[in-house]
Ligand binder design. Structure first.
Ligand code: C2E
Ligand code: MG
Ligand code: MG
Ligand code: MG
Length: 276
């Protein structure tokens, strides 16, 4: 899957090496039908806790199975969805599906899953968001403690009072927050202390080859210092090798996520990972 050379165009290389190109405009039109036509799916990627071989924690990641173009990654359609407004339907779909999964696992396997959802800034700032979330939690009889919302610093830079209030309203319900992609955006230490954040997710960019990269080691040590001072557990994203993991374990990182443990996978595969 390669970003095309032409502006806003994408090329998909399929098994038969046939090449097809389409553009963002076409994607936006197709997105309109994606939710209705059941083309969206939720994948889950396990998040491991330090010194524990098992987990009951995962991140939900949306997947789009386009009828013509095949699997389209979120990086190709989330920005378009954010611009066009479809992001509300997408995030709402993912949240409903998440609650449905949590409910099922509790009933079928007596497993208390905690699942994190990525929340787009637009959805976060919408007035109806909290009512919407409450209704869905009620509908599926899901405890708010089983939900973690992942937000990015793009969300935090909006009107601080509104953001502060929204986070706290959700935290009163029992929903926790993770600051996603830390290190890639504004990455202000004050963001972490100013808003009530429960977890800090370190972007893969800092994790890749961390055992070899002195500069990133220095940055990560700095982040560890203030997060442990503030009592905020760190989650390392995108761990691919044993060497990276080993280094992060020594750094007192609390949670680990990455292909090294498991790729994001469909429910069947996730079930196998979890239940063996
Ligand atoms: P993110 O929230 O930072 O999610 C982590 C991304 O890293 C995922 O990409 C995941 O598949 C990938 N990843 C995890 N471990 C590894 C690894 O070891 N190596 C590598 N190379 N990658 C790894 P994905 O699923 O393509 O999603 C990309 C981004 O799209 C997400 O980044 C998130 O910002 C956004 N996104 C995904 N699902 C949703 C959603 O339901 N709603 C919203 N608003 N955004 C979403
Ligand atoms: Mg995330
Ligand atoms: Mg991230
Ligand atoms: Mg990201």
């Amino acid at each position: 899957y390669i970003k095309g050379t032409g502006k806003n165009s994408w090329q998909i290389f399929e098994e038969n090496v046939e090449k097809r190109t389409f553009n963002d405009y076409e994607l936006e039109q197709d997105l309109y039908f994606a939710v209705e036509n059941n083309e969206l799916d939720v994948y889950l990627q396990p998040i491991m806790k330090k010194d524990s071989p098992q987990t009951s924690y995962a991140e939900a990641l949306v997947r789009w199975k386009h009828p013509v173009h095949g699997l389209i990654p979120p990086s190709a359609f989330i920005p378009i969805a954010e611009q066009s407004g479809f992001i509300h339907q997408i995030d709402e779909f993912v949240f409903k599906r998440t609650c449905e999964i949590i409910q099922r696992w509790k009933m079928d396997y007596q497993i208390d899953l905690t699942v994190s959802n990525n929340v787009s800034p637009k959805r976060f700032l919408r007035h109806s968001f909290i009512t919407n979330v409450k209704n869905t939690l009620n509908h599926f009889q899901v405890d708010a403690r089983n939900i973690i919302f992942e937000i990015t610093e793009t969300t935090l830079i909006h009107d601080p009072e509104i953001v502060h209030k929204t986070i706290n309203d959700f935290r009163k319900l029992g929903i926790r927050f993770a600051l996603d992609d830390f290190g890639t955006g504004y990455s202000s230490i004050s963001h972490v202390s100013m808003f009530n954040i429960d977890f800090l997710k370190i972007d893969r960019q800092f994790i890749q080859d961390i055992h070899l990269n002195k500069r990133n080691q220095a940055i990560l040590k700095g982040i560890t210092n203030f997060t442990s001072e503030l009592n905020i557990p760190m989650i390392a994203e995108g761990i691919e090798t044993a060497e990276e993991l080993e280094f992060l374990q020594k750094l007192n990182c609390a949670y680990f996520q990455g292909y090294y443990f498991s790729k994001p996978c469909d429910l069947e595969t996730f079930k196998e990972f979890m239940l063996g």
